[in-house]
Design a protein around this ligand. Structure first.
Ligand code: SF4
Ligand code: SF4
Length: 427
């Protein structure tokens, strides 16, 4: 049925109107009154913006600056502008896949003139959803494993130091609960270095590099638990607090000068989140620690690394914590290396898809994106002509190695942790 167009009859008109000296009396000053053009239910928008930390979602004025910045939108249909629009037209974020696609990469906040802060909005909104029991099954499994075993793999704490078994004679790793004398560096090894096959390769490389450099270091061994950053970003605030309090207690048992971490998420958690719970520690990502020792490290790099290498900036080392130089300094210190930047690098770096709980949401994301973010990144590395994609986040080796296979680039691109590259050149 054809609908009759309804004429807007409600207007204001002044008999006499002089504006800036111009007489616009008569029909010229007719102004239609503000009229309601939508009747959307804003219950969900109001519920979201009332949550502590999520209020800035309501500040969006739809400028679309975030549209080109969001890595998920690049392979799907997403971004703060779209989330706001869906909420503004009556949508419910709490029951929507939109709640789980954000990797908290921070690229939108970097460009948003209204400071719509997804880094605070997402964990706050997800916390409500988690408490209400609405979250993807993949996350539930991960939360349970972390709660029960202290790591997302669901492996026993005893196995946390098993990676040390593959070390050559003379490479020492002091396990502090067994030998608690003061150390200069407490190395927070992390779950992927502790349990994942490729992570363990990197852990052994770190132990070798530390030994050759003469670093006085120790680890927490079986007393270390997951740093909790990803759980916090995925909305499990209670679990994060439990993990953080445990690690803080363990760390305070020993005397050391600084914590050196393997991964950007542990870095973010210990540096920025643990202080809120009473844990104050000088914290360095391993690339920062080693870059500070470059004078001593460089003479030890004797082997050639004659390859074209590119580097993926981890969101939580780069955009979140402002460190772009240290990893590049280490790569460029490799003898004969040819370093090439990715098109999207440093502040504008593309996300691997593993942040904000994304590490455990690949199955869920497959229904919402055309290709994985890690696949998109691998294609970019191939396009710039790299032979090696260098990383310094323990999540990324496995993510990118999978993506190399799924994009059909096996044999064309190697994925290596920077610590493995340094180790290779020291032998
Ligand atoms: S950049 Fe900020 S204000 Fe602009 S559309 Fe995105 S969220 Fe909204
Ligand atoms: S934080 Fe990153 S993934 Fe999340 S909406 Fe912003 S740009 Fe997209």
């Amino acid at each position: 049925m054809r609908q009759e167009r309804v004429r807007q009859e409600s207007f204001v008109q002044h008999e006499t109107a002089i504006v800036d000296g111009v007489d616009i009396s008569g029909q010229w000053n007719k102004m239609y009154e503000p009229r309601e053009i939508t009747g959307y239910d804003l219950t969900w928008m109001d519920k979201l913006t009332a949550i502590d930390g999520a209020g800035s979602m309501g500040w969006c004025y739809q400028c679309a600056k975030c549209t080109g910045a969001c890595p998920v939108d690049h392979v799907g249909d997403y971004g703060p502008r779209k989330i706001f629009r869906r909420l503004q037209t009556g949508g419910d974020l709490f029951n929507s896949p939109d709640l789980w696609q954000c990797t908290t990469c921070m690229n939108c906040l970097r460009v948003c003139p209204k400071q719509v802060d997804l880094i605070k909005i997402m964990p706050a909104a997800r916390e409500v959803a988690v408490l209400d029991g609405y979250f993807p099954a993949e996350l539930q499994e991960m939360f349970q494993k972390v709660a029960q075993y202290g790591n997302p793999m669901g492996d026993s704490a005893r196995k946390r130091t098993r990676w040390t078994r593959g070390l050559e004679e003379g490479i020492e790793v002091r396990i502090l609960p067994k030998d608690p004398a003061p150390v200069e560096v407490l190395w927070f090894v992390g779950d992927y270095y502790g349990y994942h096959g490729r992570g363990r390769d990197a852990a052994r490389s770190m132990a070798r590099v530390f030994n050759r450099l003469g670093v006085d270091f120790g680890i927490l061994g079986a007393d270390e638990k997951c740093d909790g950053d990803s759980q916090r970003l995925a909305g499990e605030t209670g679990l994060f607090t439990e993990l953080a309090e445990h690690n803080i207690e363990q760390l305070y048992k020993y005397e050391f000068e600084r914590v050196v971490v393997s991964g950007p998420h542990a870095y973010n958690a210990i540096k920025n989140e643990y202080p809120k719970l009473g844990g104050q520690f000088e914290t360095l990502h391993y690339t920062q620690f080693l870059a500070q020792q470059l004078d001593r490290l460089q003479p030890l790099l004797k082997g050639s690394f004659k390859k074209k290498v590119t580097f993926h900036d981890p969101c939580y080392l780069g955009r979140h914590n402002g460190e772009y130089d240290a990893p590049r300094q280490l790569i460029e210190a490799l003898p004969d290396v040819e370093f090439i930047e990715l098109y999207r690098c440093k502040q504008q770096g593309y996300c691997c898809g593993g942040g904000g709980g994304g590490m455990w949401l690949d199955g869920f994301m497959a229904d919402h994106v055309e290709e994985r973010l890690s696949e998109n990144r691998v294609r970019e590395a191939i396009e710039v002509g790299a032979q090696v994609l260098a990383v310094c986040c323990p999540y990324e080796v496995s993510r990118f190695e999978d993506a190399v296979k799924s994009t059909g680039n096996e044999g064309k691109l190697e994925v290596l942790d920077i610590i493995e590259m340094l180790d290779t050149c020291m032998t």
